[in-house]
Design a protein around this ligand. Sequence first.
Ligand code: ZN
Length: 182
Amino acid sequence: MDDRLIWKALQFAAEAHRHQHRKGADRSPYINHCIEVAHRIRIEGGTDDPEILAAALLHDVVEDTPVTLEEVGALFGLRVQGLVDEMSDDMNLSSAERKQLQENHAPGLSPDARLLKLADKIANLEALATVPPIHWSAERQQAYLDWACRVASRVPDTGTALEQSFEEIRQKAQDAIDRRKN
Ligand code: ZN
């Protein structure tokens, strides 16, 4: 495997997200999330495809930073661009519309994007279980978990360990939210 594209993507994503942090109380650097998604795809998704792993590192740069899809394509190629496109919500839409579209689009994701979508949801539920966004009530956490499960359930089976991982972390997040409700 030629891993140069992966290192280039890691460098680029770290720079693009440099001022951002996660919503949890630990305010961890945003890039940690991107690394977790790529790591899960490598280990649990079982792929060492450099373009998929690069896309994992880049999956939030268009949605959350000024970087454009065209820039991603010019630097990383059309396949990576296409995968990042499949992972990017249209930020001109409302949060409710974006959430509904993720549900609608999940069944039509390409096989490679299914890995990204599932790993992203696992990473977000892991954060919800361990360091939930500050100021989110238990009810809001529950609504997010329910939505993430609806999206994941509509992603066609990847045939990898990601499905098992999702189920374990879904349960972990549910247990954590149940404790917070009391
Ligand atoms: Zn993400």
